[in-house]
Write a new protein. Structure first.
Length: 197
């Protein structure tokens, strides 16, 4: 009987220890996860995310260098250049199941028509006058310019991937983009498939 009582007490002590440990662990991780970043830390986090997720691959104009395409620093993140003519599009290639990209990767052609990489700089022709909510809606819901009821973002913009990014990281990306050098560049509107020449 004494052994059984001792066993029950030992199990109760162990369970109490486990419960206390897991409660402490949860509270501790919640404090770490909810740590508020300063504006400077938010911008730094955003710059890190923009550079590691490859935003500049499509949204930055490039020139050919000795190692291949190089981002033009003064045009970084300014999207497809409005003054740049669109190369001739071979519709036969599209009918055979291919998708086309310009050499800059700033424009893409496919069954959706022609899409152009947006200007992400802080200029008014970019996201300079966007509220944060529009930016988040664009990436979470795939809405053009983040406007409710607008058309969906077109391929190859991987908004479905960004929809899975935390709200804090999207805020960081937006905070960084708002600090970029403004580049005036009104990117052309998408071209419907029937209007491809």
């Amino acid at each position: 009987m004494k052994t059984r009582k001792s066993l029950i007490i030992a199990v109760a002590v162990c369970l109490s220890g486990l419960i206390l440990t897991s409660c402490r662990g949860k509270a501790s991780s919640e404090n770490t996860d909810n740590k508020v970043m300063t504006q400077e830390q938010l911008v730094q986090r955003g710059e890190y995310l923009v550079s590691t997720t490859g935003c500049g691959d499509c949204h930055s104009p490039k020139r050919m260098g000795p190692q291949g395409p190089e981002v033009i620093p003064e045009l970084m993140l300014s999207g497809y250049q409005a003054k740049e003519p669109l190369p001739r599009i071979d519709k036969n290639v599209l009918q055979n199941g291919w998708l086309l990209f310009t050499g800059n990767l700033n424009a893409a052609v496919g069954p959706w028509g022609v899409s152009f990489a947006a200007n992400l700089t802080s200029d008014q022709t970019g996201i300079g006058n966007w509220p944060e909510g529009n930016f988040i809606r664009a990436l979470k819901e795939g809405k053009y310019k983040g406007i409710e009821g607008s058309r969906m973002l077109l391929p190859p913009m991987p908004w479905q991937n960004f929809a899975k990014v935390s709200l804090e990281d999207l805020r960081a990306i937006f905070a960084y983009l708002k600090t970029t050098k403004p580049v005036s560049n009104a990117v052309p509107m998408a071209i419907e498939p029937a209007d491809i020449k």
